[in-house]
Design a protein around this ligand. Structure first.
Ligand SMILES: Nc1nc2c(ncn2[C@@H]2O[C@H](COP(=O)(O)OP(=O)(O)OP(=O)(O)O)[C@@H](O)[C@H]2O)c(=O)[nH]1
Ligand SMILES: [Mg+2]
Length: 211
């Protein structure tokens, strides 16, 4: 873990020098990280010079899906059993990414609400994606993930009419463990609520310097 933190510091410094903002997407399996990234690449991939590193325990499915939404190479990390990405894998992936043409780097972590919370990858912030099918109580049951995240995306809001899910209660639970958490309410499927997310991403990247 100490070695990981050291490598994460190096990653953070390297990204800072290159002017790249990195966001680490964490969530339980299936909350919609890849779908959100597909939508984001479609709209902002070119504008913000987005690169993606995506991790899975097994398969390159997510990398293949994302590759259909960008002309850039998507870096796939297969953890072979580990329930999270670590900073050495990001270091290796950065070697393959053209940082000069990147302003925003997304890291899609392994779907798991526990392990990724403890691993610094050198990101600017963790974004926890939390979907309305998971139950309002998840922030209370998995507090570390919500405490370590600076932003939360409450996804699959298109399903709300079919569920008993209290959005206000879910947000209150999350703010109980992390009062500063900023929320986005989205449907990556229908596109509802994505504009504020896109505007937020535009604000996160370093402005282009006119040459
Ligand atoms: N109804 C609805 N379905 C969604 C939404 N976002 C994603 N899904 C569906 O949820 C399922 C899982 O989505 P993914 O994007 O693969 O989720 P993920 O978080 O990347 O999953 P892992 O990488 O396996 O952890 C897919 O069937 C998506 O089509 C949404 O906003 N609304
Ligand atoms: Mg995924």
């Amino acid at each position: 873990m100490a070695r990981n933190d050291e490598l994460a510091r190096d990653v953070r410094q390297r990204l800072e020098v290159a002017g790249v903002t990195a966001l680490n997407l964490v969530s339980s399996p299936g909350s919609g990280k890849t779908t959100l990234l597909e939508r984001t690449l479609d709209v902002l991939g070119g504008e913000l010079g987005i690169a993606v590193v995506t991790g899975d325990v097994q398969t390159q499915n997510d990398a293949d899906r994302l590759a259909r939404h960008t002309t850039r190479l998507v870096q796939a990390v297969v953890t072979g059993g580990a329930c999270h990405l670590d900073a050495s894998q990001i270091t290796e992936a950065l070697g393959e990414i053209d940082l000069d043409h990147t302003r925003l780097l997304f890291i899609e972590n392994v779907g798991n609400l526990v392990c990724p919370a403890s691993w610094d990858l050198g990101e600017r912030a963790k974004v926890v994606v939390f979907s309305v099918t998971e139950g309002e109580d998840k922030p209370l049951k998995y507090p570390k993930m919500f405490r370590m995240a600076r932003y939360a995306v409450l996804n699959k809001i298109d399903l709300l009419p079919h569920l008993r899910f209290d959005v206000d209660e879910a947000i209150a639970n999350a703010r109980q463990v992390n009062p500063d958490l900023r929320f986005f309410l989205t449907s990556a499927a229908s596109g509802d609520g994505l504009e504020p997310w896109f505007d937020f991403l535009r604000q996160q990247v370093r402005p282009l310097v006119a040459t």
